[in-house]
Each structure stands twice: as structure tokens, then as C-alpha cells.
Design a protein around this ligand. Structure first.
Ligand code: GAP
Length: 513
């Protein structure tokens, strides 16, 4: 645990030191759970967005993109259920005056029991050595079965009480489990209350004439309300998808863990419209396709897992998260939801307009079913950034900090470094920059010794460094150094573009899917 916390602290300070993420309005002591992307961060974020867009929109003939407005007609949020049901159950501790999500307190309690299961597994694995069969142990060990049974009972009761809006039982559960304030240990709790997560604002000049609107809490509804416009103008045939990336806003109460849970964040969502009855098949397909997209980035298969939901949202008939192994453990990175025809039907009902598709093969109209893939861009950023930050002990005993970003996502693909600031080397280096910058984002650096410059680029995540030396003036060659292996090679300047392209091109990476 201490090691994890340590790693997370390093991620936070590295993100600031190397110009990736700053706290919003830092000179005023910041605004909680709101962050700014800095000069390198904005490039990494853009590259992740483009990697997603390429895979989800441009590689599919039957998926198109839109960019809907953040402000939408307020009835949208009535229809979607967000006005009535987009709530978190909150509880206050009377002694510490701290506010918590009641369901998170209970889930954290269950996570502790899960920790005990993991300890039993580790102990048994040590005892039985190679003969250890984890699945069999989990299915037969009495102590483990007891722990698992306890978790299941607690979560089932919580799920039922939340569904029935029985907030009094949630409080009783917290008391029965003797859950204490994590900060102070106090068990002096208030009642549980529902708290709506949407940010409201007004349109209009005066209080009497203004209309209450909301900052969208998800981008998906911008897609649903445009479903028929896109289908008709794009002459789309089912199955087809509509994708978009953009800001979403939630007044999160448990707003911590850096850019993992923010109040203003960005989503990358795709709604896939299918024939009713085929949603299960498409749901399974999108689960696998999205996992493959993640794996194409080479961040380790062991760092991903599916979490199938037992408790489903009111609109879903199946749902799963792709969880990633963040520095604070496995947590949701992306959601894949089979949303049935709930949203389109609700918008039909509230708007009085038909949102149906005429299926020529079936010769009938119907409201399509929807399978959604929804990933937080900021969460993806954190997954990539935290996974890439590594410390290596080199042969000479020194430590190298290196940000091993997947090259396709790195903010700068190459840094061009003249060995010295004289003898015509900067001029050759500048010429290389001018040539390469048409194809790649290129960094130029002539300050400090070249070894120091290499280390700076390693820590900033640049996959290649190119050094121009005195021989370059004669042989039109340079030294190219690879960030991850530190291997150096002498190559012709004329070959550079192809060498770099082979490693940073979106095609190279997406073809691994
Ligand atoms: N349209 C479905 C939807 O919004 P969600 O599970 O609430 O589903 C989808 O959100 C994804 O958006 C999550 O998997 C997560 O990556 C991201 N996300 C949600 N809330 C977030 C927050 N407060 N800060 C950062 N990312 C968030």
C-alpha cells in the first residue's frame, strides 16, 4: 500500500514538473477536483483522443462523429432520468463534519474483506508452491468462502436498498457494520440523503425570464437527441454508430485521486444503434473490441480486467467496466453498457417526436436498441501516464526516470540536439527540425551537456533523440537514440523520417488490434 501511495505521489509531482497537468487556478490555491492540461499534457490528451477517434470513427464505415453542444434543452435531462435519478447517497459525520458517499463507505468496507481473501490466497500460494491452483482454492477454502459470502450479502442488501430508495437501511447497514469515518474513527453519522450531481446554470438576462439549464453530465444525450438527424442525413443503416468526444460536468462529492475523478472532465462515447434482440451479441462484440484497443497500446494485459455489473442502472440490460490497474488499485476506466431502447423511447415520450428507424429488410419501423462504449479521456490519460512512469537502475548505479509513453501517444516524437552550440551544428539541427516538423511534433534543445538533455527527454517521454555532431557535417548522418533501450545508431539524415514513422505511426499501433 505504501509503495502504491509512493508511486502515486511520484505521478503527481512528475505530471507537474514536466508540464503535463497543473491544478486549476493554482495561484488562488486551486479549485478542488478541477485541473488544467499543460504544454505536454495537452499534446498527450489530443493524441489519446485522436487514437480513439481513428479506431472508433475513421476505421468504421458505419460509425460517424458529431460535436453536440454542452448546453441542451432542460427536458433532455428529465427524459434521460438525470433530474430525478442522477444522485449520490451522501452521509455526514457529525464529529468530523466530513461528507462521504454512503455506498463508497460500504464498498470500501467490502474491499477490506477482499484484501483478506487476497492474503489467504498469497499464504496458500506460498505453502503449496507450484501445485497451487488458485481457482480451486477460491472455490473450496472455507474461510475464503465465508468472506465472499459476507461481501455478497452486504452488496446485495446495499443494491436492493438503493434501488428501493431505502436510505434509512443504508444508514442501518453502515451502523451494523460499524463503519467509522476513515479520517477520525468516529461512528457518529447523520441520516443518508440523496444529492443530485448535475451543475445547474441559467439562460437569460433577468431572474424572472431565465431558464434553468444544466451543464451536461454525459455526452451520450447529445447523440440520442441527434439520432434521427444523423441517420437521415448520413443515410445510415442499422447497425450504425454515432461517436463524440467532449466535456462533461459532475458535482462529485468524493472528488480525489487527481484526474481520476474530476468535476469537469472529458468523455469519449459511442452509441451503437442495433436491431432489437441483437443487443447481447453487439454488447459482447464491443466489450472485446474495446479491450483490444486498450491492449494495442502495450500497457500489459495483466493491468486490465472486466467487472460485470450485478446492479444495473435503470436503462441497462447488461453492463461491464474495463478496469485498469491504477497506482491506487484496479478501478473503472471505461464502461460498456447495453442501454436497451430506454433513452430513445424516453426522448420520444418527452418530445412527442418519433425517433424510429425504418428497416427496409424487415419492412417495419422500430426504436433501435443501443450499446454504448464510454471512456473518460482524463482517466485514460492517468492510466497511460502512471503506467509509463518508471525508474530504472542503470549499470553505473544511477537511477534513470523515464516516461515510457506508447510512442504513438507521446507529445513530442523526437528531440533534435546539436552536440555543441557552435561550428554550424545548430544550423544542421534546425534544418532537420524544419524538415521533420511537417510530419511530427519536434523539440529542439541546445542547452546543457548532451547526456543531461537525453535524461530530460527520457523524463518528458520523447521516444527519439537525434544528435548532430561534427561528423554530421561530412557524412550527412546523425546519431538516433531510442528512449526505452537507450540504444544509439548512426543513420543517414535522409532515412530519419521513415525510421521515426515506423514507430510512431497510428497505423503501426492500431494494426495490433
Ligand atoms: N454515458 C454513460 C456514462 O457517462 P459513466 O460510467 O457515468 O457512464 C463513463 O461514465 C466514463 O466516464 C467512466 O468510465 C469514466 O472513465 C469517466 N468518468 C465518469 N465520471 C468521471 C469523473 N468525475 N471524472 C473523470 N472521469 C469520469
Amino acid at each position: 500500500m505504501a509503495k502504491q501511495e509512493d508511486q502515486f505521489k511520484k505521478v503527481l509531482s512528475h505530471a507537474k514538473e514536466y508540464g503535463y497537468v497543473f491544478q486549476s487556478s493554482e495561484i488562488y490555491d486551486g479549485l478542488s477536483a478541477v485541473y488544467d492540461y499543460a504544454q505536454n499534457g495537452v499534446e498527450l490528451k489530443k493524441n489519446i483522443r485522436e487514437y480513439w477517434w481513428k479506431a472508433m470513427v475513421q476505421m468504421h464505415e458505419n460509425i460517424v462523429g458529431i460535436d453536440a453542444a454542452i448546453l441542451m434543452h432542460p427536458t433532455t435531462w428529465k427524459a434521460s432520468g438525470h433530474v430525478d435519478a442522477f444522485n449520490d447517497p451522501l452521509i455526514d459525520n457529525k464529529d468530523s463534519k466530513k461528507r462521504y458517499r454512503a455506498d463508497v463507505l460500504i464498498e470500501e468496507y467490502c474491499a477490506k474483506i477482499e484484501g483478506k481473501i487476497n492474503k489467504e490466497v498469497a499464504k496458500a500460494a506460498k505453502r503449496f508452491g507450484e501445485a497451487f491452483n488458485k481457482d480451486e482454492f477460491l472455490a473450496t477454502n472455507n474461510r475464503v468462502l465465508g468472506y465472499q459470502e459476507k461481501i455478497n450479502t452486504i452488496l446485495a442488501r446495499m443494491g436492493k436498498s438503493l434501488e428501493n430508495e431505502d436510505l434509512a437501511d443504508i444508514k442501518t447497514l453502515i451502523e451494523e457494520l460499524e463503519i467509522a469515518d476513515p479520517l477520525t474513527g468516529s461512528k457518529n453519522w447523520t441520516e443518508v440523503k440523496q444529492f443530485n450531481l448535475m451543475f445547474g446554470t441559467q439562460i437569460g438576462a433577468s431572474a424572472e425570464n431565465s431558464t434553468q439549464v444544466y451543464l451536461r453530465p454525459e455526452t451520450a444525450q447529445g447523440i440520442f437527441v441527434n439520432f434521427l438527424n444523423v441517420q437521415k442525413t448520413g443515410r445510415m443503416k442499422i447497425p450504425f454508430g454515432i461517436a463524440q468526444t467532449g466535456k462533461a460536468f459532475r458535482n462529485e462529492i468524493v472528488a480525489r485521486q487527481f484526474i481520476f475523478r474530476m468535476r469537469e472532465f472529458e468523455q469519449m462515447e459511442m452509441q451503437f444503434f442495433v436491431k432489437p434482440g441483437t443487443q447481447k451479441e453487439w454488447y459482447e462484440k464491443w466489450k472485446q473490441t474495446r479491450l483490444k484497443w486498450h491492449l494495442s497500446l502495450g500497457m500489459g494485459k495483466e493491468n486490465y480486467r472486466f467487472h460485470d455489473h450485478d446492479k444495473l442502472a435503470h436503462y441497462a440490460d447488461a453492463a461491464a467496466d474495463i478496469e485498469f490497474n491504477f497506482p491506487f488499485g484496479f478501478k473503472e476506466l471505461e464502461g460498456i453498457h447495453s442501454r436497451t431502447d430506454f433513452d430513445l423511447k424516453a426522448h420520444e415520450e418527452y418530445s412527442g417526436k418519433k425517433l424510429q428507424y425504418f428497416d427496409h429488410e424487415e419492412n417495419k419501423s422500430y426504436v433501435p436498441y443501443v450499446v454504448e462504449t464510454s471512456i473518460g479521456l482524463d482517466r485514460m490519460f492517468l492510466a497511460v501516464f502512471s503506467n509509463s512512469l518508471q525508474e530504472e537502475i542503470l549499470d553505473n548505479g544511477t537511477t534513470r526516470t523515464v516516461l515510457k509513453l506508447p510512442a504513438v501517444l507521446a507529445p513530442y516524437k523526437v528531440a533534435v540536439l546539436p552536440l555543441v552550440k557552435k561550428d554550424g551544428l545548430p544550423e544542421v539541427a534546425r534544418k532537420i527540425v524544419d524538415d521533420l516538423k511537417w510530419d511530427f511534433n519536434v523539440f529542439y534543445d541546445e542547452k546543457d551537456a548532451v547526456g543531461k538533455r537525453y535524461r530530460r527527454q527520457d523524463a518528458a517521454g520523447t521516444p527519439f533523440c537525434i544528435t548532430v555532431d561534427h561528423d554530421s557535417l561530412e557524412d550527412n548522418s546523425i546519431t538516433i537514440r531510442h528512449r526505452d533501450t537507450m540504444e544509439q545508431k548512426r543513420v543517414k539524415i535522409s532515412e530519419l523520417k521513415e525510421i521515426i514513422k515506423a514507430e510512431v505511426d497510428v497505423k503501426t499501433w492500431l494494426q495490433k488490434m
